[in-house]
Design a binder for this molecule. Sequence first.
Ligand code: HEM
Length: 299
Amino acid sequence: MLDPEEAVDRLAAVMKAPPGHRVLHAKGLFCSGTFNASPEAASICRAAHLQGGTVPILVRWSHGSGRPDANDDAPYVRGMAVSFVLPEGKSTDILGQTVPRFPVRTPEDFVRLSEVARDRTALVKFLATRPRSAVALAANARAKALAPPKSYAEATYFPIHAFRWLTLSGHGTWVRYRLVPQATPRDRPAERFTGRDRLRDEIRARLAQGPVRYDLVVTVAGPKDDPHNPMSVWKGSRELVAGWLDITTPEDDHEADGDVVVFDPTRVVDGIELSDDPVLRYRPLAYRVSIERRSQPHP
Ligand code: HEM
């Protein structure tokens, strides 16, 4: 297995990531809001946040690079991390990004692809032995997945991995999530935002007008859909809206006083199980290294 310390060293080198920040998704904006589950979600999953009632959420929208000064106008993946805050200090997280097809199968390939992405010769060599990665990258390019969004509120975010939802009696269903915006161009603030922080400025103006709403869409696996491979393309047996996120308030100072906020896709609660997807299983190991490093005091 790729040593997580080495993975983070290599990602930090590619990103020219300065110390004291997330190695990826360094520039972000915290917001709070609420989540309300649909009755359909409760019918297939016993997890606490899906049983109805209003659940507080913490959201962080981000630019995927390791630079806290990243330019919002640059083409790049964007992130949306959501933590559902439950009683007794519990929580469960969903982390999405704007790329619909994850292009690699292993953590080693993720790090390597990050390294070769900007070197045409090295990229061609990498893809020569991974034709499926080439197909996934082409699909992402067609979907304009890296184009700078007009607004964080108008992008769709893909959490990629599959999770097994359990009913009270223990019946399991493999699902994948999608965070689908309800915002339309009509909801845009009157002011036009430009410059390297335009997405941050825009979302603040938008939230001043009212909540930003997302559907949590769930695809239920079909009989041949593979839940353990992040690259697998699902046919799906059906889709449902598991609930609605209403993001209401910017929380600008969330980490200003030295607080360390952590989103982790493997932080699940009773009623949700992880797949054996090697990328999902690896992520908390790499995130821990990044978190430890950014928690150290920095001049
Ligand atoms: C092997 C694959 C991956 C590696 C090595 C990796 C690595 C990292 C690292 C080191 C961080 C910073 C963590 C921190 O300091 O808190 C991070 C953040 C993040 N990653 Fe990944 N990542 C991987 C795959 C993914 C995938 C598949 C997604 C989405 C589907 C994703 C979405 C995010 C998001 C949204 C954040 C920002 C979280 C926040 O706002 O705090 N990553 N990633």
